[in-house]
Ligand binder design. Sequence first.
Ligand code: XIL
Length: 377
Amino acid sequence: MSLYPPRRHLFGAALAGLLARQAAAQGERGPSGEGLAAIGRASGITFGTAVDSRKLGDAAYAAQVVAEAQLLVPEWEAKWAALQPRQGSFDFGPLGIIASLAQANGKQLRGHALVWHAAMPSWLAEGLAEGAAKARGLLAGHLDGVLPATRLAIRDWDVVNEAIANAEGNPFSARTPAQGDLRDTPWLRALGPGYVEEAFRAARERDRTLRLTYNDYGLEGDNPWAEEKRQRVLRLLRRMVGTQCPVDALGLQAHLLMDEPFRPEPFAAFLRSVRELGLAVLVTELDVREAQQLPAGLPARDAAVAERVRQVIGTALDAGCRTVLTWGLSDKDSWLAWDPDVMRKDGQMHRGLPLDEAGVRKPMWQALATAFGTRRG
Ligand code: XIL
């Protein structure tokens, strides 16, 4: 089975083909000039974004993606619940829509995510509760179903997502019960703390040239809980590298919070340590949650968001990061607009992505363009 052409999803493929042609006609120039894909490329930086296959029916959305992004990541379509909704029955239709758009426009695709405690179908949660042997079989079955089918289209996968426990004081959740540094998840309960390494080894066994990425959030801020989480991630990566467990990159989700302080130094020191392990660093899901107490007026809000992005992305690029993806392009398409865990409670919409509701480029777009442009060699 292969991602293209997904014969069972002819409608999807045809639709994507049509959209792809429409989008390609406009190309990498948005309504106001060259996109971030081209600006990044000139400096050896790959810019990308999360894509929602259901929105590709909107020609303006598809054109935005093609104009701005060189690398696409499915926001939902490559998660376990999307790819294997029933045990042994794989659905590549929605992912195929994104893959077709990518292929028709010369874009790359990255995979997200093979092992994660969220987006699990209920049959998987039930299976994992049956113990280690069963869990190992389910992991093997998923990798056997997914990796060969996506091999041509996807050369970089988030193999494990969010395995590290949040430290005391974090604003995301109450302190996550953990075993060592690891978050309490059905995978940890089934396989023990070695499950992360098991997943990476199993992925490498099936595809020797795949780039294997560990992806996590809450690693950017200048506060004790972010520092503790950085140390936990470092311990995991050091253990993996030290035991010759295959891992190639760290993905920083970078769901930034304006309510947390940022200083380049601790973040830069962490990235240096990761790079010293021989790993690449990617920014995989950049967006910004604005402060509870908003600055007065849109220009001040947008300036604050742009300045934070300039600092964080500038530090990451200085540390050798060469891939930056935002979690969507426009504020209206963002999970920050509707997900109860992350949306604003005051009726306002977070302005945490490069384009505003109308698709107009904001200071955050400019901050990325400038950060990429000033690193031209
Ligand atoms: C989010 C999606 O954006 C939402 O649409 C979905 O309902 C929940 O997941 N970290 C991740 C992403 O790794 O997969 C999450 O995406 C955002 C946080």
